[in-house]
Design a binder for this molecule. Structure first.
Ligand code: F6P
Length: 504
């Protein structure tokens, strides 16, 4: 850690921390902390006025960003440099949206064209009648597609998509029950094409097709992977293997061929709009100065709460059913990217890294977990996400009440309320940020996801960690493999559990 970085953290720690009430009394918070971004799918308003960010903190966070090489690392990512140093890889998910190193953008466009060909051939019936797709993948190969398909097909889908991730056979059985083998295709989505859960689920899906009367089950499979040779070796015909570049990380891969189920469900035009929305956010993140850069500003708020207020979690509530899977998607993005203990120079970190991301959907969460947010002993910064245009066509009462509740929660968390009876008092001064979208459509969703990708990256830069590896997931996988192989001895507790379950 350089002296400049150390000094910035020390200065941040020494600054006064005024209450939200004091901050609002001191000046026009909206002018400084509420921003509207014009995007292809409509505006998104980002409001951080109910967070404790103030001019002195922002000034030092900007110094921290400069001292940690934010502008240089951002440029290096877009240039396709190998910023994923532990795996010696470039980080090029933005090239999938047309932003980044020219050669990578061209490669992504060519692969998208191939994917478009297959999607349109299926829509036109060239592969027979296809009513359902069982998309098998896990982690980044499932969470993004599941979110986008769920969000964008509320008015119906061109093909009915079921995302199956869990190794628990109940997941695949449920999908199979909802589909007819005669009109179902299976997508096997795995960057590595080695992930145990995916390969076991894929084999069982083939069995299901076979027993359902499909004579050539492999003929119904599409493979989505960065290792096309492995998919061909496994049995998928080359014409139905949709590759993507190794420089696209798993949790950033929904823009690549891993997005095949999205394109199949919503059609190619909508999928293109999804990419365009993300590209607009890329350009904002790449071009905007630190003072106006919205993902960077969000990262300042994140670091404020983890480092200066000791917050161990952050919560995200989507006040829109279409975004109900957004919190689970974000969990992988943020926790797998920044849940690290080692800095870029290989030394242990000296402060907290990613908080625990959790959340849910409003208004449901209000009746379950908001008690703790209002009166619990943990300070939890909250993000609210909502849309002005309703997704439903019922009485306007639904949407009016939905938005009223969303804004009421932010106001209540901040204002609190005094009461003689402490059990009925609300301490207030609890932070929240609101992202208010004009609409939820493919382009807005793309922009929202890209915003969070860049926010996560900006956090990682200022934390001086590598946001793009995930070695922490390996040990458990290795142990599970040796348990299944029956070739290792474990601690007495694990041995007893294995014996009780009849696994050993
Ligand atoms: O185990 C974690 C992980 O490697 C994630 O990073 C990834 O998204 C997921 O597994 C699935 O990997 P794959 O796409 O290679 O099957």
């Amino acid at each position: 850690m350089t002296d400049a970085v150390r000094a910035a953290w020390a200065d941040l720690a020494a600054l006064d921390k005024p209450t939200l009430k004091a901050l609002f009394a001191a000046g026009d918070r909206l002018a400084a902390y509420s921003h509207e971004l014009e995007l292809p799918g409509g505006k998104i308003r980002f409001d951080w006025s109910k967070t404790h960010l103030d001019a002195p903190h922002v000034a030092v966070f900007e110094r921290l960003a400069a001292a940690t090489g934010f502008a240089e690392r951002r440029a290096a990512m877009f240039a396709g440099d190998h910023i994923n140093v532990t795996e010696n890889r470039a980080v090029e998910h933005t090239a999938q949206r047309g932003v980044g190193r020219e050669a990578s953008v061209e490669e992504a466009e060519a692969l998208h064209l191939r994917m478009k060909g297959l999607v349109e051939a299926i829509h036109q019936g060239a592969l027979g009648e296809v009513k359902h797709l069982i998309h098998i993948g896990i982690g980044g190969s499932a969470l993004g597609p599941a979110l986008a398909v769920d969000a964008l097909t509320r008015d119906g889908a061109l093909v009915d998509v079921h995302v199956v991730s869990n190794i628990d056979g109940l997941a695949l059985e449920a999908a199979c029950r909802a589909c007819d083998p005669a009109t179902t295709m299976v997508a096997v989505a795995s960057k590595t094409f080695t992930t145990t859960e995916t390969m076991i689920n894929a084999a069982s899906a083939l069995d299901w097709l076979r027993t359902g009367g499909v004579t050539d089950p492999y003929g119904r499979v599409v493979a989505l992977t960065a290792y096309p040779d492995k998919a061909v070796e496994w049995g998928v015909d080359e014409t139905r293997v949709l590759p993507f570049s190794e420089s696209v990380g798993g949790r950033y891969s929904l823009w690549s061929s891993i997005g095949f189920p999205i394109a199949l469900a919503v059609g190619w035009d909508d999928f293109s709009e999804f990419l365009d929305g993300a590209a607009a956010m890329d350009r904002h993140f790449e071009d905007a100065d630190p003072a106006d850069n919205l993902p960077l500003r969000a990262a300042f708020a994140d670091l404020y709460y983890t480092h200066l207020r000791g917050c161990q979690t952050r919560a995200v509530f989507a006040y829109d059913e279409r975004l109900r899977l957004f919190p689970s998607y974000l969990q992988q993005l943020e926790m797998e990217s920044n849940g690290k203990s080692v800095m870029l120079d290989g030394k242990p970190v000296t402060g907290p890294t990613a908080p625990i991301t959790w959340g849910g959907v409003g208004t449901d969460a209000q009746h379950a977990v908001f008690q703790l947010l209002h009166q619990g002993t943990n300070l939890v910064p909250v993000d609210f996400i909502a849309a002005i245009i309703p997704g439903d066509s019922l009485s306007p009462d639904h949407h009016r009440n939905l938005l009223a509740n969303c804004f009421a929660q932010g106001a209540a968390l901040m204002a609190g309320r005094e009461a003689k009876d402490l059990a009925r008092a609300y301490p207030g001064d609890r932070p929240s940020a609101t992202m208010l979208c004009e609409d939820i459509n493919p382009a807005t969703l793309g922009a929202l996801i890209a915003f969070h990708e860049h926010r996560t990256f900006a956090n990682g830069v200022m934390l001086q960690i590598n946001s793009f590896d995930q070695f922490g997931v390996e040990l458990g996988k290795e142990i599970a493999k040796s348990i299944v192989a029956g070739d290792a001895k474990f601690d007495p507790s694990t041995e007893a559990l294995l014996a009780a379950a009849g696994i050993k």
